[in-house]
Write a protein that binds this ligand. Structure first.
Ligand code: ASN
Length: 320
């Protein structure tokens, strides 16, 4: 009979029922809702304009790691699922009336099964923001203020839920400004696994500056081979929670950076044309992982403790 489910599906189905019905779900979701509300309030206060997300586009984030590729077809054209709205953020800021924007952006990255860990989902959301004419320091101090605002708001409004789940509020007591480390220095100190080790040792969030990654993050021409980009690292082993950078926006520089990493120009020909016409504004920004900040605030073991349906890489079969 075609409608009989197999044993693997029965197992998956029982897991889904258990996950959906778990008693702590309401508290987890209320805290996440309050995080998003506090972010919205802060953005309004800082005059950052909210833009609605796109979920598919002819070009999207090239990422600096390999994912399973997929494509959608519409009107004879190929679309990719949105991996991040990085290029769209730059394009939106061509509008002269817009200086600062943000998007609560659902992203799909079909991560390889090797990324089945405590921090990756193949479908997640990030609060993605971008500011015109901003520099790295402007964005870093914006992030410090944003995180402090959200944590104080949560301590005031969700202390009961957070204490129930996390056991305390200590991890939300943070300094006004966060330490800044450079990747090369921490690499020297701790070796390959520096991000994880430094996160485990830290009790407050900190910034990790200079990552060699996508072509759109700006190279520091005063110190070639280094980059004006940054991550926010959650302490206590919760690792990366945000990443961003100043952006390449000049035609020549974009071509140099694309060639360096072997990025095909064909797919990006229209983006390149915008840059060639001098239309791409100078910007900097970042994206804050929603499920990751919720996981940190609630000190949950894994990222999937935040979600309702299973979106952990490589855990087939997915039944809902
Ligand atoms: N949102 C990130 C940024 O603004 C990019 C990403 O998600 N890969 O840099």
């Amino acid at each position: 009979m075609k409608d009989v489910i197999n044993n693997e599906e029965i197992e998956a189905l029982e897991k889904v029922v258990k996950k959906v019905k778990r008693p702590e779900l309401k508290e987890i979701l209320s805290v996440q809702q309050q995080i998003l509300r506090a972010i919205d309030e802060f953005m309004i206060k800082e005059d950052v304009t909210r833009v609605m997300p796109l979920m598919m586009a002819p070009i999207t984030d090239t990422l600096n790691h390999d994912v399973e590729e997929t494509e959608l077809n519409y009107c004879g054209q190929k679309f990719d699922v949105m991996k991040s709205m990085i290029f769209h953020k730059q394009l939106i800021l061509m509008n002269e009336g817009l200086e600062k924007i943000y998007i609560v952006s659902p992203n799909i990255r079909l991560e390889r099964p090797e990324r089945n860990d405590t921090r990756h989902l193949f479908e997640f959301s990030q609060v993605d923001f971008e500011f015109k004419n901003a520099k790295m320091d402007d964005v870093l101090s914006f992030i410090e203020k944003l995180v402090s605002y959200v944590f104080s708001d949560l301590k005031e409004k969700c202390s009961k839920e957070i204490i129930n789940i996390a056991g305390s509020l200590d991890h939300l007591n943070i300094s006004k400004s966060f330490d800044r480390y450079r990747t090369e220095d921490l690499y020297e100190k701790y070796g390959e696994d520096f991000e994880k080790i430094a996160s485990e040792k830290a009790v407050e969030p900190f910034f990790l500056i200079n990552h060699k990654r996508e072509f759109y993050d700006k190279e520091d021409l005063n110190n070639p081979g280094t980059y004006l980009n940054y991550d926010l690292i959650w302490p206590r082993g919760y690792v990366e929670g945000l990443s961003g950078g100043e952006r390449e926006f000049e035609y020549e520089r974009i071509l140099v950076r694309m060639d360096e990493i072997g990025q095909s120009r064909e797919l990006f020909r229209n983006y390149i044309e915008i840059a060639k016409r001098g239309l791409l504004p100078q910007t900097a920004g970042a994206g804050l992982g929603v499920e990751r900040i919720t996981r940190y605030v609630l000190q949950l073991d894994g990222i999937d403790d935040v979600t309702i349906f299973n979106r952990k890489p490589g855990e087939t079969p997915y039944i809902f």
